[in-house]
Design a protein around this ligand. Sequence first.
Ligand code: NAD
Length: 470
Amino acid sequence: MTRYIDNKFSDLFNRQKVNQFKIGNSTYKERIKKLEALRNALEFSYKQKIRDAMYADFKKPFLETDLTEIYPVLSEIKFAKSNLKSWLKDQKVGTPLALLGASSYIKYEPKGVCLIISPWNFPINLTFGPLVSAIAAGNTVIIKPSEMTPNASGVMADIVTELFTDDEVALIEGEVEVSEELLKLPFNHIFFTGSPQVGKIVMKAASEHLTSVTLELGGKSPTIIDDSANLETAVKRIIYGKFTNAGQTCIAPDYVLLKADLKAEFTTLFKSKIAEFYSEDVKSSESYSRIVNPKHFGRLVSYIEEAKLNKSDIASGGSYNASDNYIEPTLIFDMPEDSKLMTDEIFGPILPVKTYSNIEETVNYINSKEKPLALYIYSKSKKNIDFIMNNTRAGSGCVNHNLLQFLNHNLPFGGSNNSGIGKAHGFHGFEAFSNRRAMMKQHTLGATDFLLPPYSNFKQKLVDLTLKWF
Ligand code: NAD
């Protein structure tokens, strides 16, 4: 650590730069072997250490750690293992007749030396997930995990040190200043996961070196419920999506837009499902996480206090306990539009619900805000589902459920504009860490050979024919 700080990481960076061609020329089998070693660490040798670290960081239940931190990385590895051979093959593409005699293909080459900056909310998943793509694509990598989950970062540092030499993959723990120093270096690609605010800082720094970026950002993800929906199923699934990880999930439903006449039934179902999932005494439930630190706890409490001050309708929950950063699952109806709860990304276990009368209102409301990372709708009406999907824009979505879109590696994962730039997962992640080199092979005689100077009437005729027909 000190060794890196003293020379501002440039020594480490330069060693990776020197090593990049060796790593980039590694075979498919060699890359799979590395991914297998990572799989082995996560599934076996470090599994309990990861669970303990996540519990120490914010009391994340073991089962949730297995399901939302370890499993997504294992399945990313499995997917890469099944597909990497074909991803690495040169991709033949057609060639226009005007270029007769030539053949064309896309060669996927590694970007080179990459930086992964990851957040605290799913630290293992969102650090090692991109790492799998970076390794599959043949890059060297420097990782800067979040300072807010030091236990998770510590275990990841141990895993990386055990599996890799630091001229291939290095993990640097530390505060924001470490990220700031790293961002000064001329990386070939930066894969950042975090808030839109910090995403802008990363993009600005990247522009200094014209470094390409993947920005996996956040925002307010809406959930619409119309009057054709199966309300019980909708409430159950929304509660799962919202309160897993205590709401600290980028694609959690941020707020609900609810058909007004469903309010009473929604509230009753909400209370009964919370009790079913987490018991009548949620704070004693071993299935419910805590808020990551006092800073975020204070931010979320200020939302609840603002609701109390406004005399808003807190229909369920509203209690909290600073001694262990506990916030009760909380349901609040119709907060003022300018309240923090309705303007900021919530990233915690508070669910504001805004009621509507006509489905058109939901679209107008969503489109008055930044493009969300995810948009969900609970409905049996094809007309309503199509109307919502055709008249809004978002990074991803799910009809009649939430979060699940993250788990299908065939789907690109990422936002649009304010919620992100570029995509992750499966081939899309491999592509993010690859340069698509455009290649053409010209055979001994090609059509263009007939068009070289000196120009003549005959050549002009050939050009005329080309303009007309090819
Ligand atoms: P954050 O943006 O505060 O921090 C993310 C990373 O950036 C951390 O490693 C941090 O050390 C670093 N960082 C912070 N300030 C920096 C600065 N000034 N310069 C350089 N680096 C800096 O985000 P967070 O609080 O860790 O995570 C929550 C945010 O991440 C939410 O907005 C959430 O929606 C988003 N998120 C997005 C995804 C996704 O896949 N799209 C996944 C998880 C979280």
